[in-house]
Design a protein around this ligand. Structure first.
Ligand SMILES: [Zn+2]
Length: 292
């Protein structure tokens, strides 16, 4: 028997790990992979998005509540989790956009902000790292920053000349970008809902989707994980302040999701082992060398 495989998923806020790649993590954890979520910020500036919890005492204690929610979600997913200690930038809204709050994650210099992640990579020694693509998957400043620090840390962690004093160098072998929000996926689920005689929640989205900007063609890797969709949803519901249990995210029956799109999808962005695309396993090419 070789070494245990290790997967590190870097996320911006508590709850992102349960909506992006959660079924993948639950699947690998169930297979015995050591899975660690790194959460960049505490989600201190998140809103209360569940109307049933929209109360003053919840708003006042949001940082503490979100830590407890994260603990439940990670237990449900069967993963470990570490906080990187940055402060949520909040989602800027308005015209013109207001400046980001002083000291927040989105305003940190990338080189400095990558340091705690480099340290975590050197300590946990993941074989595979996942993060968001360049625009963060959606334009939250913390998601864009999460992408930047993940790439910087992936590239620096193996270099003994960078970030001295943060542990022994360790070079992960693969870096993936989450590719959950693609036109082919939402179209397939939408069509499966209509075929089943159900009302699709995605009609308006699809009408306004700019196909020229869609990233579906960048997907290199589809991880079959339909049997973990329930675990994913349970973990997401554990972030009770962040999601309405009767809302948008839970309108498509799991049977239809499993039939229409039973995978979570990724783009292989960095690869230090032999590339063999298309893939259905984040550890393709890694298993052979690690578990030999
Ligand atoms: Zn987020």
């Amino acid at each position: 028997m070789g070494e245990q495989l290790r997967l590190l998923a870097v996320h911006a806020h508590p709850d992102d790990e349960s909506s992006k790649g959660a079924a993948t993590m639950a699947k690998y954890a169930a297979e015995g992979v050591d899975v660690l979520v790194a959460t960049c910020t505490g989600g201190e500036r998140g809103s209360v998005l569940n109307p049933k919890l929209d109360r003053p005492e919840v708003w006042e204690n949001i940082a503490t509540i979100r830590r407890d929610e994260m603990k439940r979600a990670r237990e449900i997913l069967g993963v470990r989790q570490a906080w990187l200690g940055f402060v949520d930038s909040g989602y800027p809204e308005g015209d013109p956009l207001p400046p980001l709050p002083e000291g927040c994650f989105g305003l940190q210099p990338v080189e400095k902000a990558a340091e705690p992640l480099v340290q975590l990579i050197r300590e946990f020694r993941p074989h595979v790292v996942t993060t968001y693509e360049e625009d963060g998957g959606y334009p939250h400043p913390d998601h864009v920053m999460c992408h930047k620090v993940s790439v910087a840390a992936f590239d620096a962690a193996g270099d003994p000349d960078q970030y001295p004093g943060t542990g022994e160098p360790w070079q992960p072998l693969k870096l993936y970008y989450q590719m959950g929000f693609t036109l082919p996926r939402f179209r397939a689920v939408h069509e499966a809902m209509l075929a089943a005689g159900l009302e699709s929640p995605y009609g308006d989205w699809l009408k306004n989707w700019d196909a020229s900007k869609d990233k579906g063609h960048r997907v290199t890797t589809r991880v079959p994980c339909g049997e973990f969709f329930e675990v994913r949803d349970d973990a997401l519901r554990a972030h009770a302040t962040q999601v309405d249990p009767d809302g948008f995210w839970f309108r498509v029956p799991l049977s239809i999701q499993r039939e229409a799109w039973p995978t979570e999808d990724y783009e292989l962005a960095r690869c230090l082992v032999e590339r063999r695309e298309p893939e259905d396993d984040l550890f393709a090419g890694v298993r052979e060398s690690v578990c030999a």
